[in-house]
Design a protein around this ligand. Structure first.
Ligand SMILES: Cc1cc2nc3c(=O)[nH]c(=O)nc-3n(C[C@H](O)[C@H](O)[C@H](O)COP(=O)(O)O)c2cc1C
Length: 217
């Protein structure tokens, strides 16, 4: 958790606009609303140990599946990669990369090999959406995105850090097979879970006035 200083404008009683400093704590778990308003991902590039325990991972998954799910189809599943599994999967990624890119550079191959070594725990969220008589595939996929976000929130609420990624391995059939994802399934997210080795920094957020259309008559 990190404190950042932000300047906000306030209108004084005489109408003058003045600047006041406010301290905002990222991933502030003091209340549900404070947490949602201050939520911040970490970067997989700077993710380190510790990661969650087995029972904490169970909690993360239990919370992750508590999402809206039209038709109660549970159209998602998980693959958890940790320990030596990360290196084995990474070697598989490097092999696929080398096959796809015959003139590959050694340093890029090393990067692919180390992709999953960047965090102690990797949670792959797989969309198993399939054509259904009533529920559109799109809605099933949206539910899977909600699973990813809930997993990020749960991880962060437990005091760890997370980043939802995709990367080429989410889209390449060979890399998907390395992770045990079938060709007809989609990778909704690869959640890097651990503890950031650097302080988190916020980023500018969208101006909601440019996003919101109000219809009230
Ligand atoms: C579907 C999806 C895929 C993403 N893939 C990546 C990715 O491959 N690499 C990356 O750096 N960020 C990726 N992001 C963005 C991060 O999850 C995150 O939004 C970013 O690090 C900024 O963090 P913040 O939203 O907490 O400010 C992805 C986000 C989504 C929703």
């Amino acid at each position: 958790m990190v404190n950042i200083s932000i300047a906000i404008e306030s209108i004084a009683s005489d109408g003058a606009i003045c600047q006041i400093d406010s301290i905002m704590k990222l991933n502030d778990t003091s209340s549900v609303l404070a947490f949602l308003k201050s939520r911040k991902s970490a970067s997989a590039k700077a993710m380190a140990a510790p990661g969650p325990s087995k029972s904490q991972i169970d909690d993360i998954i239990e919370i992750a599946v508590r999402v809206p799910d039209h038709g109660k189809l549970a159209p998602w599943r998980f693959i958890l990669i940790e320990g030596e599994g990360r290196a084995r999967i990474g070697q598989g990624f490097a092999d696929v990369w080398a096959k796809n890119n015959p003139s590959h550079r050694a340093d890029i191959l090393d990067f692919q090999r180390g992709l999953f070594m960047r965090a102690p725990v990797i949670l792959v969220v797989v969309s198993t959406a399939a054509v259904h008589g009533k529920i559109p595939v799109w809605e099933q996929q949206l539910s899977s995105a909600a699973v990813c976000y809930n997993a990020v929130l749960a991880t962060t609420a437990l005091g760890f850090d997370a980043q939802w990624q995709s990367d080429w391995v989410a889209y390449d059939d060979g890399a998907k097979a390395v992770m045990g994802v079938h060709a007809h399934e989609k990778v909704s997210g690869i959640i890097y879970v651990g503890t950031s080795s650097v302080p988190l920094e916020d980023r500018p957020r969208p101006d909601i006035s440019t996003l919101l259309t109000r219809i009230n008559s």
